[in-house]
Design a binder for this molecule. Sequence first.
Ligand code: PLP
Length: 352
Amino acid sequence: MQAEPQAFDRVLSSMCTEPHPAAREAAERFLATNPGDPATYPTVADLEEEAVSRLGDLVGLDDPTGYVASGGTEANIQAVRIARDRTGRESANVVMPESGHFSFQKAADVLGIELRIVPVDDELRADLEAVRECVDENTALVVGVAGTTEYGRVDPIPELGEIAREVDALLHVDAAWGGFVLPFTDHEWRFDHAPVDTMTVDPHKMGQAAVPAGGLLVREESLLDTLAIDTPYLESTSQATLTGTRSGAGVASAVAALRELWPDGYRTQYVRSQRNAEWLADAFAQRGYDVVDPELPLVAVSIPERLFYDLREEGWRISRTGSGELRIVCMPHVTRAMLESFVADVDRLAKP
Ligand code: PLP
């Protein structure tokens, strides 16, 4: 018996979405290719170059280097690894706001580096004073998030870059989720806005590519070279990626989505998603719930715990922030009709 693939009609918490039809088709065609061995699989290797170049346009980086990773976690781990190897110090540390993704905890654990977590300010953005106090001569990397996982906030990236430069550390921007919506906002988050050294930007989230398609972008090739390992049994001689065999499907689908959607399709999607988020935030506010203003298409709202679990019982795939707010991510598959039906369930279930 064949299992049904995932239906998205009640999924409100995921940062992934249904791939664009062109991305789905490209993923299927390239299923049996391995960009981890570029000399043997040259077509997909060329596509990966195109993916990196197109991602470079998105993030304001001329002449970009990087690769299509398995996701944001791998890209973040690799960014920490680049910074650690660059300092060569035994007791290197990474400074990150508490809004940073848990993948940095994995990175710190795997790479044996100290992770220093600093608070956020009232706007839920990295507290610059706290970051300034926390960095020292052993700081290898300062992390800023452009589109936080829980509240969709954007850290003050240019200021974080200045602090990183003062202690000769690198600046990494985690735009895993935000990277495909931020180009249509006024936020300063790109390589050409600030001294950004490395960035995570994932096609398999707002980019509408098939999973797995994450993105690591690096300002200078020499930084990526610090990761290169000799690969004697492959046709190609070195590899900078964390995984060995990789998904050609992810690479091909990222290129297909970018060719199809950048920039107009992504802009249209951003506008639609942002309007949905604002509509939902208003709907909750009108009903007297406490809502965090949706700066990007992500709504966080305090609801009673019982209501949260009752909504789950109704089949809604929802999640909560660390502080217990309901969190709704307005991904491309989240339509106004879905949100209306969700709010109707909130009204029905919230009745005493
Ligand atoms: N960074 C941010 C800001 C995220 O929101 C996420 C996941 O949601 C990640 C990194 C990790 O990405 P992945 O799950 O693709 O490894």
